[in-house]
Design a protein around this ligand. Structure first.
Ligand code: GP9
Ligand code: MN
Length: 620
């Protein structure tokens, strides 16, 4: 007992520090939890994360510890206060990528006065305790631990804290795949694991990515990549070149819009009557695939506006937000266009508020710019979003590029009241039935918007592009989709061919309408538009869908299809799309596989080494 008492006396300052930091972290968690707050789920990962911080204190000599404690406590308290004020303004957690870009802090700086509350100073009040301890300990000659003891104590506590913490981080990575590597919802991580873990994971992701960027790339390879892209973009464009020059561009990315619902009916009722009608008035690419990866929606946006592949892990929107790009909005802005991104959800989701500036959007109308008068699923309903967006679009200088991202048809599609009714028959109470109801709602909202554009005369002077961002029905529900599609023996190739999304380009007077069967993907949108708008886009990896003979679509995992063959990288197998039969690899197929891997590698190098910045410097 005496020994235990001595140990406790010896580390009483660390124990007090541990208790006060746990209390502060829980208090912060309470402040950001707008609904029911449960301390039980939060306290364990918080304790684990604070143990890790406290372990460092065991390395410090006893007589220096009080001073270190005061400094560490002051830093943490200031971070908590900054986090709290940042949250009040952005409803988010600051990430290193935000601080690194220095973007938006200007706006929060100007508001800090109105955000700051005197009660925030309570985060500093425990400092008195540590100042007292520092004085008190001045008169207590407590035995100093030798370095070996200090290192062992640090290592034991640190490893225990990391082990405990890794359990909670792992559990979250299982319930929320991609969240830890992409941090698409930083607030959710802070609510589940505590703000210290949220910052720790963010720092780990950013530092790990930065370190990976310091691998070298030869000048020769930089030139090879540059010439590959230039050949790619200078591919002979003869069809429709400059057809849309000077017109407005309205691009609509529709949440989870998958192609299998097009022209489908249930008991005679069309699922997407508006899209079906507009497809007949437009150029429709019926072999168009989503190519997203861990970055989900943000990958789709990234590809359609940059013609680069998603990051090999994590989300480019988060990891490469400070890169230099030659994105579609910037190119159009340099050609006299006003540019705006519109999305009725929080500005920080997917780090959009940060990267949109790098992509060249002059305006980003987000949740704060809309009247949230109707909510469905995650947030503002598509109907209200489109209605309010029309007014914002009309306020822009012409010509304009507006990029609208919808939200209502977002998984798990459970807001039955909001979506309204759709007679689902046998599909009631199934995921695919819920999805059909949701996408029927969004189709109606989209149809209203397109009609209003037409009434306002905007359709006459604009190109409208509509495409889906990614799938809605995941592989574990493939049986439901197979039943809906009447596919008896679902297999890898049939599943792959279902991963298409609609891609529609509407021209004034319904010109160039028809079905275009070229195999393509989201990476091809930018080069297709740059040909239509006669933009000098050099640094693209995609192709112009109106002028492309080779319809190869490459997916992030190395799989690809060219319209006759599908290669599945996970199973390293080739399939004949028509006959669904497996093919043996030959030299030609091997070459295509290697070419696909090469293009993905080029895209990864462009991101990792920020090559567009180098290429732009050479152009200057
Ligand atoms: C959120 C919305 C959904 O802003 O774009 O993103 P997702 O979860 O589909 O990637
Ligand atoms: Mn999405």
């Amino acid at each position: 007992m005496k020994k235990l008492k001595n140990i406790i006396v010896n580390i009483i300052d660390i124990i007090l520090f541990f208790v006060t930091v746990v209390i502060k972290t829980i208090t912060y968690g309470r402040q950001i939890q707008e609904n029911y707050f449960s301390i039980h789920s939060l306290i364990y990962p918080v304790i684990a994360s604070v143990i890790i911080i406290c372990s460092l204190l065991f390395l410090v000599k006893r007589n220096k510890r009080p001073r270190i404690l005061i400094i560490l406590n002051l830093i943490l308290s200031i971070v908590f206060i900054c986090d709290l004020n940042y949250y009040r303004y952005f409803k988010d957690i600051p990430s290193l990528s935000v601080l690194r870009n220095g973007i938006l802090l200007g706006s929060v700086k100007s508001s800090i006065g109105s955000l700051f509350k005197l009660s925030d100073l309570l985060f500093l009040c425990d400092l008195i305790i540590f100042i007292f301890i520092k004085e008190f300990l001045r008169y207590r000659n407590i035995k100093e631990n030798n370095l070996k003891i200090r290192i062992i104590s640090f290592a034991a506590t640190f490893l225990f804290g990391c082990f405990l913490n890794s359990i909670y981080i792992y559990n979250l990575s299982v319930t929320q795949p991609r969240l830890i590597s992409t941090m698409f919802n930083r607030v959710y991580i802070a609510k589940e694991l505590g703000i210290i873990n949220a910052h720790g994971i963010d720092i780990y992701n950013i530092v790990k990515n930065e370190l990976s960027r310091h691998t070298s790339i030869t000048e020769e390879k930089e030139i090879i990549i540059k010439s590959f892209m230039e050949n790619n973009s200078n591919a002979l464009n003869s069809n429709l070149t400059g057809e849309s020059k000077g017109k407005n561009l309205i691009m609509i990315q529709v949440e989870a819009l998958q192609q299998f619902v097009i022209d489908k009916t249930i008991n005679g009722k069309e699922i997407t009557p508006n899209l079906n009608r507009w497809i007949k008035r437009s150029a429709y690419f019926n072999n168009f695939f989503y190519q997203t990866s861990a970055g989900g929606t943000s990958d789709a946006e990234f590809m359609s506006n940059n013609s680069l592949y998603p990051a090999p892990s994590g989300a480019a929107y988060y990891l490469y937000s400070s890169n230099e790009y030659n994105a579609l909005p910037e190119l159009l802005r340099n050609n006299g266009y006003d540019t705006a991104a519109l999305h009725g959800f929080k500005s920080t989701f997917w780090n959009r508020d940060v990267i949109y500036k790098s992509l060249g959007f002059n305006n980003f109308f987000n949740e704060k710019d809309y009247i949230i008068n109707e909510k469905i699923g995650l947030g503002l309903s598509d109907k209200s979003f489109f209605e309010q967006s029309l007014e914002k679009i009309k306020s822009l200088q012409k010509p304009f590029y507006t990029f609208l991202i919808t939200l209502s048809s977002h998984f798990p599609f459970e807001d039955r009241i909001g979506y309204g009714d759709f007679p689902l028959g046998d599909y009631e109470n199934t995921l695919i039935g819920d999805y059909i109801r949701a996408v029927h709602y969004t189709d109606e909202a989209l149809g209203n918007f397109l009609e209003n554009l037409e009434k306002e005369g905007l359709l006459q002077e604009s190109i409208v592009v509509i495409y889906g961002d990614h799938s809605a029905i995941s592989k574990d529900k493939q049986d439901e989709l197979a039943k809906f599609m009447g596919i008896e023996d679902m297999n890898e190739i049939k599943w792959a061919m279902l991963q298409k999304v609609p891609m529609i380009i509407h021209f004034p007077e319904d010109k160039h309408k028809g079905v275009y069967e070229t195999f393509g993907g989201q990476i091809d949108i930018y080069p297709t538009l740059s040909n239509l708008f006669s933009l000098d886009s050099y640094d693209v990896l995609g192709k112009d869908l109106f002028n492309s003979k080779n319809g190869t679509v490459i997916f992030r995992d190395g799989s690809f299809t060219d319209g006759s063959v599908y290669y599945s990288a996970p199973s390293n197998s080739y399939f004949d799309i028509k006959t669904n039969t497996k093919l043996v690899e030959n030299e030609y197929l091997k070459l295509k596989k290697e070419n696909a891997a090469m293009q993905l590698e080029y895209s990864d190098d462009i991101l990792k080494h920020n090559l567009l910045k180098k290429y732009n410097k050479i152009k200057e």
